[in-house]
Design a binder for this molecule. Structure first.
Ligand SMILES: *Cc1c(COP(=O)(O)O)cnc(C)c1O
Length: 227
């Protein structure tokens, strides 16, 4: 597990270098460690290095990890596809959900959020690349969905999330991230108070930070390739 410590160190350095290069304030781009498919000991190794925010995609696997670690200092982010019959489990176990793209799901998360917990932080997922296969709403749908979601008492609308199509060129990587930032700025001009841009993964985190990412979601660069 030494490699996890080393790779985490390297990613943190990459993030702080990018913050400096793109005139972001130190710590403004937070690291979400994506631990999906990885064993619980890999998460423990990251915790030992001071990592507290983890992203998971598969609900049953995630809940097992959350219950086993049973550590209130951790925050858990659901970043996978959401089936509507699983919303109660998500609402009860997570601090954040990044992948909301339907009002029905937002309503269920709000209704099912236990009253003993603060409102569930959520991001709306936007399909910035227009690929049919990708989940997420279009930019055109954003304003109406945000208006409905912000009125729900059990969730707190924090911002926007995207997973763009893979792209090697740095300037081209920036484009969908810039569009997402501009969409967030437009919503805030309309009266929303959104503070979160969840964007950037192992291969495009610098471009995301250049465009204002507040969470980069990093899996393989910390924990190694997935099968
Ligand atoms: C798996 C996953 C990541 C992490 O991807 P890496 O390329 O391994 O960094 C980030 N975001 C989402 C939504 C994912 O599903």
């Amino acid at each position: 597990m030494k490699t996890i410590a080393a790779q985490l160190q390297k990613i943190r350095q990459q993030i702080s270098d990018a913050e400096r290069r793109f005139e972001r304030s130190p710590g403004s781009a937070q690291l979400l460690a994506v631990s999906k498919t990885k064993p619980i000991d890999a998460i423990r190794a990251a915790i030992a290095e001071g990592q507290h925010s983890f992203g998971e995609n598969y609900l049953q696997e995630a809940v097992e990890k959350i219950e086993t670690l049973h550590n209130p200092a951790l925050d858990w982010h659901f970043i996978g596809a959401i089936q509507s019959n699983k919303t109660a489990t998500i609402a009860a176990n997570f601090n954040w959900v990044h992948t909301v793209d339907r009002l029905k799901i937002a309503r269920r998360l709000s209704e099912q959020r236990p009253e003993s917990l603060p409102p569930l932080n959520i991001c709306l997922q936007v399909n910035t690349s227009g690929e049919q296969s990708k989940s997420g709403i279009t930019f055109d749908e954003l304003e109406d969905l945000a208006k409905e979601v912000v009125a729900l008492p059990g969730v707190s609308l924090r911002g926007l999330m995207t997973i763009p199509a893979p792209e090697d060129d740095f300037e081209r990587q920036r484009l969908p991230f810039r569009q997402l930032r501009l969409a967030l700025e437009r919503l805030n001009q309309q009266g929303h108070q959104l503070d979160t841009l969840s964007m950037g993964m192992s291969s495009d985190l610098e471009a995301a930070i250049a465009e204002g990412a507040t969470y980069v979601r990093i899996g393989s660069a910390i924990f190694g390739a997935r099968n």
